[in-house]
Design a protein. Sequence first.
Length: 415
Amino acid sequence: MSKPKILFYPAGYSGCAWWRIRNPVEALRRNYNDFEYIVIDHSMSREHVTNLCLEANLAILQSPGSIEGRMTIENHLLNVYLHGSKVSDAVPVLIDYDDYSFDLSPVNPRYKDLGTKEVILKDKNGKEKWLWKNGHMGFDLQSNIARYGQFCRCVWQASGVTTTTEYLAGKFQRFNPNVFVLPNSIDFSKWGAIPRPDKTKNEIRIGWFGGDSHLNDLLAIKDIFQLIINKYNNVKLVFIMPTPWPILDGIPRERVEVYPWTSLELYPLFLASMHWDIGLVPLSTQESDIEFNMCKSNIKWLEFASMGVPAVMTDIIPHANTVEHGSNGILVRNEGFLEAVCELIEDANKRIKIGQNAYQTCRESYDLDKNCKIWYDLYTKMLDTKKTFWSTQCENDLMMPLRNAEKSSALMLQT
């Protein structure tokens, strides 16, 4: 008898695909071999993809409607699985989202492809200028609204939605009653600390890493860096970012290391090679950012924890409900980062103890080889489940923001 086949369509080779699809599939293959796990490659022909769809017993689609540039295969899969074909009557479909993509801050670069309102910036003197204007700099409002419509229909029509946290699950439960939390977890065959070179042993290396979409988070604590460098001669800032941002201007070059991103295959080793003593995980609490940030997972804390690095974090969900302040991490308001970091700089024993506790928590509660059973149990359950369409009222509720976006005026953002 052949094994049931589970088909996965990841969001390309992005970081979220690595965390949400590719790593869990590797763990499932190691631990549960009673299913056949098939990951669609974006180079596959449409005919090949169709044949895989017809053979699959369960389909997992990642972030349909919210990833630009992959619509050809995605639309085909959605037509096969979610839009009324014969296959859709027999094959349950789960869709996975690791954030609430259509509740982005306008300063997030992804707003270009996902924003459903034009945006005007207004400075303190009342002067206005366009941040996002339809037809300018690649911002296509109608295309974004259509993409949001696809996102809405997918959430409504799927057999269920999987996501990273209980808070984010609550965002989707209004529109689809079957929402399941699959927590981001660490593959300890890839993650861990590595021996530290002698030349860095007398330094205290403070680390942060993030892409363009995290600039506002780092800006929330921008004033602490010059103060720390001025106060402590043995501190070095070690950041991973797309390019050195002006936030580091004025800090002596020998007191800063800035690295670009690396490939996902090397990513865990690359982070370990930073030899951080203290990690920083700020989140912006501005009105335009806070809801989106509360829908994130604690993944950056997990990455620091997997290497035994103590982290200072903004005291909001997703940290406030998963980290124990003073034990396996430090939780503070953004205004409290300076004091918290200085305390860790001056107290080596506290750094070591919090780092050890964080690693232990990560190992006990976020080990992917243990947690992949949550995936396995859910997939086993879904293989016995027929796809269900939810009520017309659910669809109406879900599509309301889309209808509002089509007729709304530009959003005014105060700077």
